[in-house]
Write a protein that binds this ligand. Structure first.
Ligand code: RB5
Length: 150
């Protein structure tokens, strides 16, 4: 399992705790930055992580900004990406079981580093349920395919 991880300045506060968790769990990762709290643009980091997941250089991604929302919106512009911002344990579990979310979004101004680690752990260790949920993901993929304007 390889994780691509990235954040803007608003999510930076969560990154060290999540990297320590990944280290302790023996999970390989690539850190795409940012590397301090200087102001940056979250779409740049969403793109790096989304590309790594889309190209299968990474199995899953973790993205953090102030709310987790902007960076998740940006990641979802990449075909095949299902990025979900979560703020509680129910949603972290559900987005693995039902959405097979391949990127987890977290807000550094919303959850504490300890909560973020718990949410990452739940998401990584909860299996996708398939069945009717796969049918719905297939419909999302169909919408993605049929609604591109050139
Ligand atoms: C940056 O100030 C902030 O807008 C960003 O981190 C994020 O919350 C956007 O959704």
């Amino acid at each position: 399992m390889k994780i691509a991880i990235g954040c803007d300045h608003g999510g930076f506060v969560l990154k060290d705790a999540i990297l320590s968790y990944l280290d302790q769990a023996g999970i390989d990762y690539v850190d795409y930055g940012c590397f301090d709290e200087s102001s940056v643009d979250y779409p740049d980091y969403a793109a790096k992580v989304a590309k790594a997941v889309q190209s299968k250089q990474a199995d899953k991604g973790i993205l953090m900004c102030g709310t987790g929302i902007g960076i998740t919106i940006a990641a979802n512009k990449f075909k095949g990406i299902r990025a979900a911002v979560v703020t509680n344990e129910f949603c972290a579990r559900a987005t693995a079981q039902h959405n097979d979310a391949n990127i987890l979004g977290l807000g550094g101004r919303v959850v504490s580093p300890e909560e973020a680690v718990k949410l990452v752990d739940l998401w990584l260790n909860t299996p996708f349920e398939g069945g009717r949920h796969q049918r719905r993901l297939d419909k999302i993929a169909e919408i993605e395919e049929q609604n591109q304007i050139k």
